[in-house]
Design a protein. Structure first.
Length: 123
């Protein structure tokens, strides 16, 4: 997700004159960030940030897995239910990401190809 966002930002700087495509790029970046922020806590920068920002889906599932692995007994029914709920939410976000990769990025790439831009330029 971050790689795609970085690539879009790189091209955005080359297409300064085409407001329509720039707007589409910004909107796509916003969509990607929403998905990323549901899956990962992106605001954690320092050691104390986890105290200020809640954990997201991937950390919840990882922690649940860790807790379920402790002890001599099988995971409780509640743990299994929470795991299934977390996996369902993660899969919803991943479906959105797949849609972006398969359709929206393809459409954006086609639009960029249709405008005549120099890939290598001196600014």
């Amino acid at each position: 997700m971050r790689l795609v966002t970085n690539q879009i930002n790189t091209f955005k700087s080359k297409i300064e004159n085409n407001k329509e495509i720039i707007t589409k790029m910004k909107n796509l970046i916003d969509e990607i960030k929403v998905i990323e922020n549901e899956l990962y806590q992106t605001k954690n920068k320092s050691r104390q940030d986890p105290l200020n920002y809640p954990i997201k889906l991937n950390n919840k599932l990882a922690h649940l897995s860790s807790v379920a692995g402790n002890g001599n007994y099988k995971p409780t029914d509640q743990m299994i239910e929470v795991k299934n709920e977390l996996i369902k939410k993660i899969n919803q976000e991943l479906k959105k990401w797949d849609l972006i990769k398969k359709e929206k990025l393809k459409n954006l790439n086609n639009e960029i190809k249709n405008i005549d831009i120099d890939l290598i330029s001196i600014n």
